[in-house]
Write a protein that binds this ligand. Structure first.
Ligand code: GAL
Length: 414
């Protein structure tokens, strides 16, 4: 810890000398739910502490579709922000446009290469140069349950599909919404990818949703995935269509529903509501996915800046995001785990510690998997086509056979 605080001091001094000549930073993001806004506010405060102003460019909408549309409009207008919440393969697409700043000097000062796991640092680089900085890592393949609600119907947190459907049936019979789901394309895709992993396993997921292998997309296992989804649909409530993820999580928090498939940004909402894991709620890997870790790495990608002042402010932003203080505070609010591997675990709850352990284990056994729904796995156009197809499936009586055909077709969209 001593060497950590020395490093902090060093970075803070460096940031301060940068701040002396810095401009404001403008940051585009979609962290607008209660817990997300708290996390963003910590970063904003840490910039203010260095004398750097923060112009908030927040565009609501989980999954970031609205934010990305707003970003494109701004960039086309020749007015890119300092940084934007751009993740995964999209970073490469912006790199190809020759729009991104080179953060190598800052990364060398902060020793990012040695502090970040390779899975994270690789995503932050374009052609070997740092262009983005990670705020945190989310695990996507979680199931959230309200322990009090399950207890009421004599059920226990499920870990297998048969157990899951038994619990769902008990809840339904008791007149409780069994599965809270937000019917938006990116949330449909979130549910879908957990079912793909839970039914097919890691290799199947990689082949289907990362490599987009047509023989695997169009396979009996994928039929089983869609049939499982058809069964899941019978436990959703009528209000699910179009509902935001955080309002859906609130249904679990308030005991209106029993279970939700969602990434651990949901935990940020439980924590903000004062709920405790293991007591009020449980976090458990989605049925059949306990050995795998579907990751979603949040990052701020930096755009080229013209003036020296704007560049200085941008460098300070990057250093601050990677500072131990921000890495810890951000994830404590956000429900995620720090991107840096050297952050003390003592303030983190059981869900986060499990996430940290499972991520390390998954890295070793080749089951660390990029999230399709969160823009980590494939190019945005293909991802969008798949999410649209899944939304159509969720909102109609489409059969598993037709769904598999449509999925295989959507996977060809470039
Ligand atoms: C994800 C993002 C997370 C979380 C979530 C809901 O795309 O990576 O940080 O904010 O959307 O808004």
């Amino acid at each position: 810890m001593k060497s950590l605080s020395r490093k902090c001091l060093l970075l803070a001094t460096l940031s301060l000398s940068i701040a002396a000549q810095a401009a404001d930073v403008e940051v585009l993001h979609w962290w607008t739910s209660g817990s997300e806004a708290h996390a963003a506010a910590r970063l904003k405060q840490m910039m203010a502490d260095q004398g750097i102003g923060w112009k908030d460019f927040a565009v609501a909408g989980g999954g970031g579709d609205n934010a990305m549309t707003a970003l494109k409009t701004r960039v086309l207008g020749g007015n890119a922000p300092t940084a934007a919440q751009i993740k995964g393969p999209s970073i490469q697409a912006w790199g190809q446009e020759n729009m991104l700043a080179n953060l190598d000097a800052v990364a060398a000062t902060g020793k990012w290469d040695s502090l970040l796991p390779a899975t994270v640092s690789n995503v932050m680089k374009y052609k070997g140069h740092y262009v983005a900085v990670p705020t945190n890592v989310h695990r996507v393949n979680w199931l959230w349950v309200n322990n009090h609600v399950l207890k009421k119907v004599g059920a226990k947190t499920p870990t297998t599909w048969p157990e899951f459907f038994q619990v769902a049936e008990k809840l339904k019979k008791a007149g409780i919404i069994a599965i809270a789901h937000g019917g938006q394309p990116w949330q449909d895709a979130t549910l879908f990818e957990s079912v793909v992993l839970g039914i097919g396993g890691s290799d199947f997921y990689q082949q289907a949703l990362v490599k987009l292998n047509p023989a695997v997309l169009n396979s009996p296992t994928m039929i089983e995935v869609f049939n499982t989804l058809i069964r899941i649909k019978t436990y959703l409530d009528k209000g699910s269509s179009g509902r935001d993820w955080n309002l859906t999580t609130a249904m679990i928090i308030n005991g209106k529903a029993g279970m939700q498939f969602m990434g651990d940004w949901a935990k940020g909402e439980f924590s903000a509501a004062g709920k405790k894991p293991g007591q009020d709620y449980d976090c458990v890997p989605a049925p059949g996915t306990e050995n795998a870790f579907v990751y979603n790495i949040d990052s701020l990608t930096m755009f080229k800046q013209k003036s020296a002042q704007a560049q200085a402010a941008q460098s300070a932003l990057a250093l601050t995001v990677m500072s131990p203080l921000l890495q810890e505070a951000f994830s404590l609010n956000k429900g995620s785990i720090p991107a840096r591997q050297d952050i003390a675990r003592d303030k983190f709850d059981a869900c986060a510690v499990r996430s940290m352990n499972d991520m390390q284990a998954a890295e070793k056994n080749r089951s660390l998997i990029p999230s399709l729904s969160q823009g980590m796995a494939i190019a945005p156009a293909t991802q969008g086509a798949i999410a649209d197809m899944l939304a159509q499936f969720m909102n109609t009586n489409m059969t598993a056979k037709i769904a598999v055909e449509k999925l295989t077709k959507a996977a060809r969209v470039k």
